[in-house]
Design a protein around this ligand. Structure first.
Ligand SMILES: Nc1ncnc2c1ncn2[C@@H]1O[C@H](COP(=O)(O)OP(=O)(O)O)[C@@H](O)[C@H]1O
Ligand SMILES: [Mg+2]
Length: 270
């Protein structure tokens, strides 16, 4: 379960660069729910994920994971609970280290004593098996540096790494956007497989309307740091791409209205 209450974040407060990136986000995500996050550029999607992962502490509001208030936890403490995959296949892994070394490092992360030797003995066979299940021809390449792999292979491995120990919350930020269509499709299918099998509480940001209708249990649309639409259950399953595009158009129209209202106000008070 992931609960956000009245979450707010402002960058550069009190300056001319001030941005209200989160303006009172309220979200209650039951355990095992897969939420697709849509929204235009700059609407606050990544900032929301950063707030959950602890990249910064929110200015106001609270964040709860499985009944625990983690609002003021530092990022490294949240790493045990939160798995993340970013858009860039080069982030999140050490390119000159092998697949096995990267996984060993990730498995040790967030543990007080690092990677215990007893664990290591069981680790390699399990790693070989699970990497094999990806069906990307990687099971016999565990000693290859991760930097020598394709973007799709790296995203698949990063996803496996992020979900290795069943995180309480999985955060995916346009994790297929930088891939060629075929690799994107593969990583997308793999995501459905892992999230479905482990029943992970997941927030997935995407620009793909295809993914939004095909995947997940619920869709939220962010707009100017708030949740503008929230659709789940049968209504989510009925949603088509055209419906989503119409909602985007509606958000754009609101923006234009906001701007002309601001212009009008400004003109009134000159
Ligand atoms: N670290 C940061 N420092 C300053 N401004 C930021 C930072 N991160 C995000 N912003 C700003 O906050 C707003 C929301 O950004 P973001 O959450 O990245 O949008 P999205 O992911 O929906 O495209 C944007 O105006 C962006 O420029
Ligand atoms: Mg973003």
């Amino acid at each position: 379960m992931l609960r956000m209450q009245a979450l707010e974040k402002t960058f550069f407060p009190g300056t001319s660069d001030e941005v209200h990136a989160l303006r009172g986000v309220n979200l209650d995500i039951p355990r095992g729910e897969w939420v697709v996050v849509l929204g235009g550029n700059g609407s606050g999607k990544s900032t929301l994920q950063n707030a959950i992962a602890g990249t910064f502490i929110a200015d106001r509001g609270s964040i709860w994971v499985d009944g625990t208030d983690i609002t003021n936890w530092p990022e490294h403490r949240r790493a045990r609970l939160v798995g993340r995959v970013f858009q860039n296949p080069f982030s999140g892994t050490a390119p000159t280290m092998s697949i096995a070394e990267n996984f060993a490092l990730a498995a040790g992360r967030g543990r007080r004593r690092g990677f215990a030797p007893a664990l290591a003995r069981k680790f390699l066979p399990e790693l070989r098996e699970r990497v094999g299940q990806l069906r990307m021809g990687l099971h016999d390449r565990l000693d290859s540096p991760i930097g020598t792999l394709s973007g799709g292979q790296r995203q698949a491995l990063t996803l496996l790494m992020a979900t290795w120990r069943e995180p309480s919350v999985l955060l995916l930020d346009e994790h297929t956007a930088a891939l060629d269509p075929k690799s994107a499709e593969k990583v997308s299918a793999l995501t459905a497989d892992i999230v479905g099998r482990q029943r992970l509480t997941t927030l997935m940001v995407t620009h793909s309307m295809q993914q939004a209708v095909a995947l997940g249990d619920r869709i939220i649309m962010m707009h100017r740091g708030q949740v503008l639409h929230d659709v789940r259950g049968p209504a989510k399953r009925r949603l088509r791409i055209e419906d989503l595009l119409a909602r985007f158009e509606d958000a754009r129209r609101r923006d234009l209205l906001d701007e002309s209202a601001a212009d009008l106000l400004a003109a009134t008070y000159v």
